[in-house]
Design a protein around this ligand. Structure first.
Ligand SMILES: N[C@@H](CCC(=O)N[C@@H](CS)C(=O)NCC(=O)O)C(=O)O
Length: 314
């Protein structure tokens, strides 16, 4: 058994954060997929390891941890041959800078943006790679099903009542929030402000690095957890069709250059760029296994029926 196991889905925003940290640190991990589309995160076995019913969860030895930012901190301290710190010591100037940008990017309300853009696709001008939900009806169906499933599961598992009640009230809130167009516009505007600040920060770092001639990242010369958050954010823009907001080279010259360079980084390519293909492959394999199992069951029933027929007719 591997000492580290990650419960996640390749396209999940917060899962990518942890996965990118594991890949950057070169830490081997067992992958366990949790299919959000089938509400697997709400099954009793999963709530027992993550009472909030969210991915990612990491198992290290026999202990389970949730909350992606907390997990990145933990991963950075695991034994690894890679010395680069994703989370530099908070007592240093670099550590403070990394903490500042990590938090700033983490404050962006990703669920509202992701599902809001599915409900109001006019905000997504470039073609999205994958629609998380096909349209407004798809979003409504998904969260209404979420509520129905949680209610059914709560009766079967009364010991998990608190978790299910929390999930039901969250899904009800989402049915309001994700359909609030003004809220979506406000969240996107506030994200534009954050991206403008990031542009300035990158411009400052780029000028400093010009004099030393090194590649630069959001907080200096090394790739840190602040870059993890930024790369995943860009990946989400690409996924849902929001890259157009930041692709004007006159307005965002440094953001554009940063993303051009970072999306070619091996770990980013694996976790942030290739995740849709990975998910599609997984879903295909899952369907195929179900099909094989169903066919085998039918063949078995057919043979048993034929043997029984012969037995009673001889
Ligand atoms: N604060 C959590 C957020 C995790 C989260 O919202 N994960 C989403 C997927 S990206 C999820 O599991 N959603 C399922 C649900 O809410 O039912 C973290 O940083 O890990």
């Amino acid at each position: 058994m591997k000492n580290v196991e990650l419960y996640f889905l390749p396209t999940s925003f917060y899962s990518q954060r942890v996965r990118l940290a594991l890949e950057e640190k070169g830490i081997e991990y067992k992958k366990t997929f949790v299919f959000l589309t089938e509400n697997e995160q709400d099954q009793a076995w999963y709530l027992k390891i993550n009472p909030k019913g969210e991915v990612p969860t990491i198992r290290i030895g026999s202990e389970y941890f949730g909350e992606s930012e907390k997990i990145v901190d933990i991963v950075d301290k695991l034994p690894s041959e890679i010395q680069n710190k994703l989370v530099p010591d908070i007592d240093t100037a670099e550590g403070k800078l990394v903490a500042f940008w990590r938090q700033k990017i983490d404050e962006i309300k990703i669920p509202i943006i992701t599902f809001g853009v599915s409900v109001y696709p006019e905000f997504a001008k470039d073609k999205p790679i994958l629609s998380i939900a096909p349209n407004a009806q798809g979003v409504k169906d998904r969260f209404e099903k979420n509520i129905r499933d949680s209610k059914t599961l709560m009766t079967k598992h009364p010991e998990l009542k608190e978790s299910y009640e929390r999930k039901i009230s969250l899904a009800k809130q989402r049915l309001v929030d994700f359909f609030d167009k003004e809220k979506l516009a406000a969240v996107l505007n506030s994200m534009d402000d954050t991206m403008a600040e990031i542009e300035q920060q990158l411009s400052k770092i780029a000028k400093e690095s010009d004099s030393t001639g090194t590649d630069y990242y959001l907080c200096g010369e090394t790739f840190t957890s602040a870059d993890i958050n930024l790369c995943i954010l860009f990946g989400r823009f690409k996924l849902i069709g929001l890259l157009h907001r930041y692709s004007n080279p006159k307005k965002y010259p440094n953001l554009g250059k940063y993303w051009q360079r970072l999306q070619k980084r091996k770990t980013v390519e694996k976790v942030v760029i290739n995740n849709v293909v990975e998910l599609k492959r997984l879903l295909f394999r899952r369907q195929f296994c179900r099909y094989v199992r169903a066919t085998a069951a039918l063949v078995f029933v057919g043979i048993a029926g034929w043997l029984a027929y012969r037995h009673f007719n001889t």
